[in-house]
Design a protein around this ligand. Sequence first.
Ligand SMILES: *[C@@H]1O[C@H](CO)[C@@H](O)[C@H](O)[C@H]1NC(C)=O
Ligand SMILES: *[C@@H]1O[C@H](CO)[C@@H](O)[C@H](O)[C@H]1NC(C)=O
Length: 376
Amino acid sequence: MDSFSHARGLLMPILLNQGFFVFLVLFSTIAVLQLLRTVLSRGTNKPLESCLEKPKLDSSVVVVPTINPLEEFRWENEQQHKIRAFKPIYHITMAVRSDTPSELITIDCEYLNRLGLRRELLQSENDTVHGCTSMGEDSVQELYTYLITDYLPSRYPTMFKLSHDKSMFFNLVTGENHPTIPPRDPKAALKILGTTVEEDLFLLKNTPDGHQCVAFVCCFPSGWNPSSKLGAHMTKIHTTVPSYEKIGPSIERFFSKLQVGKGVKRSNWTVQTHDKLFNVKGNHIRPGEEAEEENIEIDKTFVRAELQTLTRMPTTQAVLFSFKTYLYPIQGIKAEGLGTEFADAIEGLQKGNAPGMWRYKGAIRWGKSVCDYLRA
Ligand SMILES: *[C@@H]1O[C@H](CO)[C@@H](O)[C@H](O)[C@H]1NC(C)=O
Ligand SMILES: *[C@@H]1O[C@H](CO)[C@@H](O)[C@H](O)[C@H]1NC(C)=O
């Protein structure tokens, strides 16, 4: 999908790969040394405690992520994150940074509005915005259980509570409650998740043909049909993304190596000349599609950014790809003094290793007008 399209990565994956490799070498060296010490210490008369104190090196132990609670959190007072990652030259890259398990879900003052819109979309668009294959059912259950009974009540205790017997989940903001045992119907579970958090969620499983999308709930697609990704593998998901072949293999490797408890984040931006969050068409220009320069209405023009995460689910080992969407009025970007910087970033779409991005992101239509405005 275009969303994954953004899971692009040359630079960071390479850095990460090297980092991982160094880690692996160190880890195995330490492991061997420890083993030798343990074996040797058997021969000497070392007390038993010193053996017990040794660090555990068993990699099969499941890491249970700890969640830092935001005890005083008031969603109404929480400003939206301002993602301003504008670079003068656009390179297709994954550019991920490590993320703590606590920061998986972001909540701010738009929460209730966005949830209302999501509820309507899940009703009116149905299969377009959520779905699951038979391969995805166990991972949907795992994700549901994790978010509903562990993550959300731990992270946002002022918003979400469990009943004393832990059988019910209460959303104190919407007044809704749900069983903590996942509904048997995966779409029902996905619908509850989609109306409890604002993140769009995709679950991917590794197969001999690469990672495959096995379940999703996505109300805020940026110009693509989420249901067309269900059952698709990464290459097919990104079929319209220019230069995807440059990063596809490293994304697959990255997904395969992602460790439980060691999620990552990245962000991505484009411009849109309307205020719709749900957009199955538009925003992008497809190969062969006609496009020409347009006049735009500045007060309906937004930077659309996604804050994306990748997380490994411990039991079913699915990869969760989530993203939260932000719309920033272009007038606000200029008012912040970032006009020139952002205009450079727009023109920079054509200058890097994926020049097709200029057309793909639709800059043929809005690029000149938006840059003129930003620099005026
Ligand atoms: C990033 O931006 C593009 C817009 O060009 C959009 O299609 C895509 O959904 C976004 N997400 C990712 C992951 O890049
Ligand atoms: C959504 O579509 C499914 C079929 O895929 C149907 O069974 C269900 O009733 C629909 N739900 C709504 C709310 O329209």
